[in-house]
Every structure is written in structure tokens, then in C-alpha cells.
Design a protein around this ligand. Structure first.
Ligand code: ADP
Length: 256
């Protein structure tokens, strides 16, 4: 049987960004991301991770090199609503109920109330919050707010989901259960690609199929490491010697 070739989703070649004040945030980044991957970006603050994400979404221009998303420019991909973003700060609107927050991207596109509620209920089920749709953000815990943010990103059925340190402000137990649920959601949609920024090497290795390690001054990719473990990743995976070995490998690159 012929092997199915995966589509190239993001292609960065010699991508560089110099801010007007002269800061070289990203220098000569080359990276290919194929459909269905889970990529984590790790590296110290200031190594250009967020700048790369902003260039992928077209929110920031690049100053050299090239970036293509599904063979299109970043701006075109964003306009066609193929890319969604989740930030650490949940950015929910406090006066809207959970279901209206989640349905908002569809409302902005003029989707009928019946249709957008149907889609919002679908994704609230996915993130484990079907009972909370009438609640207001102030009535939710930090973990629940993050679930709502993820639901709001998924409601448009994006092909590419960008997550910038989404779990950084959560306690460890909530963080681990959200990591597990995020993997379940991603596995249910084999064509969705996730790019995820974290400072946490354990989180990166647990979640991803590839770990991109970045170094600052100027921001560069110093390693692109395959995570050769299959999914689903069981709870015991985090305590296996193989997991520990890979944590050591990634940490070593980070320390250099
Ligand atoms: P990270 O996400 O890895 O913490 P960033 O992409 O936010 O790093 O920043 C990379 C570098 O670019 C840092 O030195 C930061 O100070 C600088 N930088 C980010 N945004 C701007 C800006 N708007 N103007 C000037 N420098 C910036």
C-alpha cells in the first residue's frame, strides 16, 4: 500500500525579523511543519518564540526570508480563518456567558444563532464543559476558563492551532489534566496541527511529536528533536526511563 504523504503546512525559509529599534528577534529560521504534527517550541524568554507565532498569524511582518502557510501568505491564511490562537491570558469577555464567548468567532462571521450554538455545544463537549454553558467567566476556575478559551479556538475548526504558553498560569494538577485532554482533542482530529510554546521541558516532551529548541541573541533554532513515542500517552508515560532520557537530551541542548 502506498504511504500517504502528509501535506506541508508551514514552511519557513531563512526567516528573520529585525524590529525597528534594531533588535534581531529571529534570525535565519528554517522549519517545515507537516499536517497533523504537534510541535512544541521551548527556549528561554526573549528567544523569539512569540515573534515566530505572530509571523505565522500575519500579526507581525518578517524582514527577511519567507514563510508560507498551506502554500499561502500568512495574511491570506489568517483571512481564510484557517489559523486559531490561544493565549495564556484567557481573554474571555466578562459580560458574555460561556456559550456566547465560545460562539463569538462564528457570530463575527455572521453565522446564525442556531448554527453557532450547535457548534459551540460540540466544542464545549470536547473540552468537558457541557454543563457550564450558561455561566459567566467570573464563575469559572482558571482551568475552566482555559477550557473555554480552547473551545473558542476550536469552534472555527482551524487547520492550525497556535498556543502561546496556555497552561503557564495553572497549578500542576490542572495543567496535567489539560495536557491530557488537549492530546485527546488533537488525536480526534488527525488533520489539525498544533504549535505550542512552553518553558516547561516536561510539558514539551509529554505533548509533542517534535520539540523545537530555540536560543536567544539572536533567536535561532538550535535543535529540532523527534519525540519517537506513540499516542495515546498513558499516565505512566511520564515516569518511564525513555521519557526521562529525552528530557535530559532537550535540557542539554537548552543549557548550551
Ligand atoms: P519569547 O516569546 O521567546 O519570549 P519574543 O518573541 O517575545 O520572545 O521576543 C524576542 C526578542 O524580540 C526579545 O529580545 C524582545 O525584547 C524583542 N521584541 C519583541 N517584540 C518587540 C517589539 N515590538 N519591538 C522591539 N523588540 C521586540
Amino acid at each position: 500500500m502506498a504511504v500517504k504523504t502528509k501535506n506541508l503546512l508551514v514552511n519557513m525559509s531563512n526567516l528573520s525579523k529585525v524590529f525597528p529599534n534594531g533588535t534581531i528577534a529571529v534570525k535565519d529560521v528554517n522549519l517545515e511543519i507537516t499536517e497533523g504534527e504537534f510541535f512544541c517550541f521551548v527556549g528561554p524568554s526573549g528567544c523569539g518564540k512569540s515573534t515566530i507565532f505572530k509571523m505565522i498569524t500575519g500579526l507581525e511582518n518578517y524582514t527577511d526570508g519567507e514563510i508560507e502557510i498551506f502554500g499561502k501568505s500568512a495574511n491570506e491564511a489568517r483571512k481564510q480563518n484557517e489559523v486559531a490562537f490561544v493565549f495564556q491570558d484567557h481573554t474571555l469577555l466578562p459580560w458574555l456567558t460561556v456559550i456566547d464567548n465560545v460562539a463569538l468567532p462564528l457570530q463575527l462571521r455572521g453565522v446564525s444563532k442556531q448554527e453557532r450554538y450547535k457548534e459551540a455545544e460540540r466544542v464545549l463537549e470536547l473540552v468537558g464543559l457541557p454543563q457550564s454553558k450558561e455561566m459567566l467567566p467570573r464563575q469559572l476556575s482558571g482551568g475552566m476558563k482555559m477550557r473555554v478559551s480552547i473551545a473558542r479556538a476550536l469552534v472555527t475548526r482551524p487547520r492550525l492551532l497556535l498556543m502561546d504558553e496556555p497552561f503557564g498560569a495553572l497549578d500542576e494538577i490542572t495543567r496535567q489534566s489539560l495536557q491530557k485532554e488537549l492530546l485527546n482533542i488533537w488525536q480526534k482530529d488527525s488533520s489539525m496541527t498544533v504549535l505550542f510554546i512552553t518553558h516547561n521541558v516536561f510539558e514539551a516532551v509529554y505533548l509533542s511529536s517534535k520539540v523545537v529548541v530555540m536560543t536567544p541573541g539572536p533567536g535561532k533554532i538550535s535543535a529540532n528533536i523527534d519525540v519517537p513515542f506513540s499516542y495515546p500517552r498513558e499516565d505512566g508515560f511520564r515516569t518511564t526511563p525513555e521519557f526521562g532520557d529525552l528530557i535530559g537530551e532537550v535540557s542539554k541542548v537548552l543549557d548550551h
